[in-house]
Design a protein around this ligand. Sequence first.
Ligand code: AMP
Length: 387
Amino acid sequence: MTLSFSDLALDPAILKALDKMGYKEPSPIQAEAIPLVLQGHDLIALAQTGSGKTAACAIPVCNRVDIERPLVQALIVVPTRELALQYATEVQKIGVEKGVKAFAIYGGEDASMQQSKLKHGVHVLVATPGRLIDFIYSRQIDLSHVETLILDEADEMLSMGFYEDLEFIIQCLVHDHQTLLFSATMPKDILKIAKNHMKEPREVSLTSAQASPQTIEHRFVYCHFKDKEASLVKMMKELQPKQAIIFCHSRGEVEKVCRSLQKQIEGVDFLHAGLSQDIRSIITGKFRSGRTRFLVATDVASRGLDFSGVTHVFIYHLADDPDLYVHRSGRTGRQDREGIVITFVTDRELRSLSKVLEKIKKEPIWIGEKPKLQAPTRRRYIPRRSK
Ligand code: AMP
């Protein structure tokens, strides 16, 4: 029997908002996580974007907020500004009928404007670590009423070097509170945070089938590095994506590929962390609304951001970290829609490819020519026999 939101003993105002948003039934992560959070447990959730993890946390948080108290009652820490805005918007939508006020603070935007907004009463605060710590130091923020602390995309925050910042933030919450930790992977520093700061956390881990949507098709194009751009254009013209993201490995490569595409195809823009926050918001807004068809981007666009119309992801430069492949490919096939990921592979990238295939547990399906070399498998350590 499928569970419905009304089985979860939620505030009618929250149910009304979910209905308006078109959320008919909880996603698997929501069905597992919401009851545990409502019961007050600490929670570690191994979940990827696209699984509905934002609402898995925003629903019980909004449910718990006491709107009569204009105080920060839930604190959500996220790695990037884009994610902070997206999270705050989701909380605002889920809490709108109840009157929950959510707000995001992040670097790169005028701090005084954010401070004055905070004075007007915010129930749920979403923040990037740096700006939050600035506010804590300058005593602009009162965290003494926080009942729920959420660390979202925790693995990403750690890989960005925020370990000490997170420790500091957690230690600022000296009173009893609930902690929810969401992460796509579980590196040992996360387990350390969990062990040091969480109380008998419950764990929710989606099976890989649920976590990585089966609606995504993975295809590979083998090419010489000099022919990559031409292969990309050819594939874009042939496949005619409704919307696509093209992932590159550096800001320089993003701009180069974007310039070249703009000469041949319409509706191409680029995104990387070197752009000002205002420009980044405009670009992501245009892409989300469908006004931009193709976005050439660094991994600033690979995590968390919800671009629900993306039908294709092109991986122009395969990273050595297979988790990055999972994050990048998760930009398409959202909420069980179909999506196609096309990766361009040169001889030098065959080793990275074998790690990716191991991760996604798939045999490669090549479009066109296959590589002459075999993707190297991981070398096994064979102990030498003593003479
Ligand atoms: P997330 O994994 O939080 O980035 O969510 C991915 C997408 O799923 C977002 O566009 C959400 O609006 C959408 N979503 C989340 N929960 C549900 C639900 N229960 N029903 C339908 N859509 C949902």
